[in-house]
Design a protein around this ligand. Structure first.
Ligand code: FAD
Length: 299
């Protein structure tokens, strides 16, 4: 099923994101993660795509295919393009089709910092919008895209970022997933700007439960999201007590999600970090609220 059709049937949509294990040898661990996430009845599960264009040992297709064909859960396969040629993208689109994967999150991807990295010359795809247009031509896929409530870290202004977003949406993007944020006001301000620009496709809020100080420092340094004073206090206070930080991180994410749901957000995308226990606790915390909003997810 196309994810855009899930949004037309019911809202809010609840989805999870997982990533292929870094070592091919530990691929079995991801199947245990999916086993644990499946009973939570997410609307879909997304699978990230290895950064740096390393497609040779990329497990995204294999994992997305298992989600879709073994667990009968809709799968969203991420796909980056900055390092790829058109024929590499054709190859992977063909694999998606063969594996019954109908939904793609079209991404530019981070630019490899290794000065020896060999990009296609000239680039076949410079921005995610180029990939959206390319996939759209085949007419086989529902296409998701990213958006950045605190603006993309490389963009000088929110206005410019929004113009680029509008172009990506007009080029055939069917729904958006936001970058993670810890202060809902950024999301609400962003949403009022996208409304003014007549960006009318569903926007899911990306929420990351923080259970580890190092993890969040690394991620925030990459994406530039602000951490409110209130949350910094929590992280600093419990950084050396993993159980306490986990409880606090889950409570913080739950509070964010309840506020977003109460404000009418169309979807919540939980960055699970392959930790099903955390996803399970959050789903349990919000289940009656989602039920009240006319959905029923199991716990
Ligand atoms: P784009 O939409 O292309 O935007 C990137 C920058 O280019 C922005 O500053 C934008 O304003 C600017 N821009 C866009 N179009 C134009 C234009 N026509 N002219 C000039 N400037 C333009 N990375 C991975 O490697 N693998 C993943 O699986 C992955 N999954 C992600 C999932 C989500 C939900 C998010 C939010 C990010 C994910 N990323 C992933 C990270 C992402 O690849 C990076 O944030 C990357 O830096 C930008 O990718 P994008 O698709 O958002 O880029």
């Amino acid at each position: 099923m196309y994810i855009k059709d899930i949004f037309s049937k019911r809202k809010p949509v609840i989805s999870f994101e997982i990533f292929p294990p870094r070592k091919a040898s530990s691929i079995d661990t991801i199947y245990r993660t999916i086993d644990a996430l499946a009973p939570l009845n997410p609307d879909y599960i997304s699978v990230t795509y290895g950064a740096g264009g390393n497609t040779a040992d990329n497990k995204t297709v294999e994992i997305a295919s298992i989600i879709k064909n073994k667990y009968n859960i809709e799968a969203l396969a991420h796909l980056t393009c900055i390092t790829s040629t058109k024929s590499e993208i054709d190859n992977i689109l063909e694999k998606f089709k063969k594996n019954n994967i109908n939904n793609i999150l079209a991404l530019r991807g981070d630019i490899p910092q290794d000065s020896n990295f060999k990009f296609p010359n000239p680039l076949h795809f410079e921005h995610a919008v180029d990939l959206v247009k390319y996939i759209q031509k085949s007419n086989n896929f529902c296409i998701g895209g990213t958006c950045y409530p605190e603006r993309h870290i490389e963009c000088d202004s929110m206005e410019e970022d929004l113009i680029n977003l509008k172009d990506k949406v007009n080029s055939g993007t069917n729904f958006l997933i936001s970058q993670l944020f810890f202060d809902n006001n950024f999301f609400y301000n962003f949403k009022s700007k996208t409304d003014k620009l007549n960006i009318n496709i569903p926007i899911e809020a990306g929420i990351m439960p923080v259970i580890n100080k190092k993890q969040i420092e690394r991620i925030v340094s990459l994406c530039g999201s602000n951490i409110p004073e209130k949350f910094i206090k929590i992280i600093d206070r419990y950084e050396n007590n993993p159980e306490a930080l986990k409880d606090a991180g889950i409570a913080y994410a739950t509070e964010q999600i309840i506020d977003l749901l109460s404000s009418g957000v169309e979807g919540i995308h939980i960055y699970t970090m392959n930790n099903p226990e955390v996803a399970k606790r959050i789903v349990r915390n919000i289940s009656s609220i989602v039920y009240a909003l006319n959905r029923n997810i199991a716990i």
